[in-house]
Design a protein around this ligand. Structure first.
Ligand code: PAN
Ligand code: ZN
Length: 177
C-alpha cells in the first residue's frame, strides 16, 4: 500500500520516529547549543532485514540558527563502505555536505530534486532557509549502518553559516565566521 508523506513531512507508514533537540545535538554547532528546541526529526520505515532490502523515510529539519550556523543533521558515514543513498527533496531548501578522505563538496537540494550520495562519503544536511522546514525523502540499503563517531573524529571541513549579507555561505573549518 502506498504511504503518504503529509505537508509537514511525516511518513504515514513510519515504524520509528527520532527527534533531535538542541539538548541532543547542540555540541555539533560551533557556538554550542542547548535547550528543548527541535532541530530535526527522522521518520523511518524499517523492514525485516533481508540482504537486499531498503530502508526509506523522511527527514524534517526545522529552520533556525545556533549563532550564525544553520540547523543541520549530525551527519555520518555508512558502516558498509559500499552503501550509497538517495535523497529526494520534498519542500524547503538546503545543502548536503559530503566528505571523504580526498574531497569535500556541497550539493543543493530543493523540491523535486534528487541527490545521490555515493558510497564512502560522510553526509550531513543543512536547512539554509530560515523561513521553512527542509523536508526530504531518503532511501538506503538495510545493511548500510550508521557511523557517527568517525566523522566526528575527522571533523567536517566545511560549515554553512549565515553571511554578513544574510545569505548562507560555505566556509572552511577554522575560517573566521
Ligand atoms: C538519513 C539521516 C537523517 C538524519 O536518513 O539519517 O537525515 O541524519 P543523521 O542520521 O546524520 O542524524 C540518512 O542519511 N540515512 O542513512
Ligand atoms: Zn545516510
Amino acid at each position: 500500500m502506498a504511504e503518504a508523506v503529509d505537508a509537514a513531512g511525516a511518513l504515514a507508514g513510519a515504524t520509528r520516529v527520532l527527534v533531535r533537540r538542541l539538548s541532543d545535538v547542540g555540541e555539533m554547532f560551533l557556538a554550542g547549543g542547548d535547550g528543548e528546541a527541535e532541530v530535526y526529526r527522522v521518520f523511518e520505515r524499517e523492514h525485516p532485514e533481508a540482504p537486499g532490502d531498503l530502508v526509506y523515510g523522511t527527514t524534517v529539519i526545522q529552520p533556525g540558527l545556533v549563532g550564525e550556523e544553520y540547523f543541520m543533521t549530525r551527519g555520518h558515514y555508512h558502516v558498509d563502505p559500499g552503501a550509497a543513498e538517495l535523497y529526494f527533496g520534498l519542500s524547503g531548501r538546503g545543502l548536503i555536505l559530503m566528505q571523504n578522505a580526498q574531497a569535500a563538496r556541497e550539493v543543493a537540494i530543493g523540491p523535486r530534486e534528487t541527490v545521490y550520495i555515493p558510497p564512502g562519503y560522510a553526509h550531513r544536511t543543512v536547512n539554509t532557509s530560515l523561513a521553512e522546514p527542509l523536508v526530504f525523502l531518503v532511501c538506503y540499503g538495510v545493511r548500510a549502518g550508521h557511523d557517527y563517531d568517525r566523522i566526528r573524529r575527522e571533523g567536517w571541513r566545511h560549515r554553512v553559516l549565515r553571511g554578513p549579507d544574510g545569505r548562507p555561505r560555505v566556509v572552511e573549518a577554522g575560517e573566521a565566521p
